[in-house]
Write a protein that binds this ligand. Structure first.
Ligand SMILES: *[C@@H]1O[C@H](CO)[C@@H](O)[C@H](O)[C@H]1NC(C)=O
Ligand SMILES: *[C@@H]1O[C@H](CO)[C@@H](O)[C@H](O)[C@H]1NC(C)=O
Length: 265
């Protein structure tokens, strides 16, 4: 019975991915402010208008658009820290549609700022500059996670160290960014999560415009999912519907093992 309990616990732990997401009440408030100008993106034979908006990301699940978060946050604040604390800010996207770019456990890196002192992010060293959301068409909602991590001391990391945390990254143009080992980064550098916010974005006119004009994507691909263009495939890799299917099969496999052990031991 004990061995079956251990096995069951292990199975449940394996199915509970994203081990690096902090849980419970965290002691420090971290916020980001974005200030987006009004913009019009002319792509896919239509104009996408983005209204001017200034807003703050201070909780989890804040809905934003890629266009209005394309530029660096205009402010980041850290409130409730002890004086003398040093921090690292990490931003990642675990919802990329390509498993070569990011996965739940090894997301795509979007930003690292380290050695922050005086609770002032502008004092930090930018190891990886902010890159805003770029959720490809038909890849559903992406959650962008920001972790505020307390350091035990100044970190001697450099940009050259980042590939250490992306050993499985096979894409040369994303070396040091794709398949970023968040859990390893946190434990190797003795970091403690003390603040956490997330923002959620799906593709928009800015992304479609950018993919066509700056990244050479075909208009057919970048306009997919809009009226008059190809519809989205029913379950593209990494899409939310595929994730639901994967979760259902994980739950069923776990339930099956559970039943097997209860019946046999
Ligand atoms: C988009 O807006 C521009 C400028 O206002 C206009 O010239 C153009 O015709 C518009 N395009 C479409 C497809 O409506
Ligand atoms: C962090 O601070 C330490 C001590 O001042 C310094 O040696 C190190 O280079 C800094 N890290 C970065 C990324 O600048």
């Amino acid at each position: 019975m004990l061995s079956s309990l251990i096995t069951i616990t292990t199975l449940l732990a394996l199915s509970n991915a994203q081990s690096w997401v902090p849980s419970g009440d965290l002691p420090v408030d971290f916020t980001l402010t974005f200030s987006a100008p009004e913009m019009v993106y002319d792509v896919c034979n239509r104009n996408f208008t983005q209204s001017a908006r200034t807003f703050t990301v201070a909780t989890t699940g804040v809905a934003v658009t890629p266009g209005e978060t394309a530029n660096d946050p205009t402010a980041m604040t850290i409130t409730g820290a002890s004086s003398g604390d040093m921090f690292t800010i990490l931003m990642v996207d675990p919802d990329t549609p390509s498993a070569n770019v990011g996965t739940t456990e090894k997301p795509l890196l979007h930003m690292i700022i380290t050695n922050i002192t005086n609770a002032d992010p502008s004092t930090g060293a930018v190891l990886d500059p902010y890159r805003g959301p770029m959720p490809p068409p038909c890849s559903g909602d992406h959650t962008y996670h920001y972790l505020l991590l307390r350091q035990t001391a100044a970190l001697s990391l450099t940009v050259d160290d980042l590939p250490t945390y992306t050993p499985d990254c096979s894409l040369a143009n994303l070396a040091g960014q794709c398949l970023f080992e968040v859990a390893n980064f946190i434990s190797s550098n003795q970091l403690t999560p003390v603040g956490y916010v997330t923002m959620v974005a799906a593709t928009d006119g800015y992304v479609r415009y950018n993919y066509v004009n700056d990244r050479g994507m075909s208009e057919a691909d970048s306009c997919r999912g809009l009226d008059g263009y190809d519809p989205c495939p029913t379950a593209p890799p990494g899409s939310s519907s595929e994730k639901v299917m994967v979760s259902v099969s994980t739950v069923m496999a776990t339930a099956w093992c559970l039943l097997y052990f209860i019946v046999n031991y």
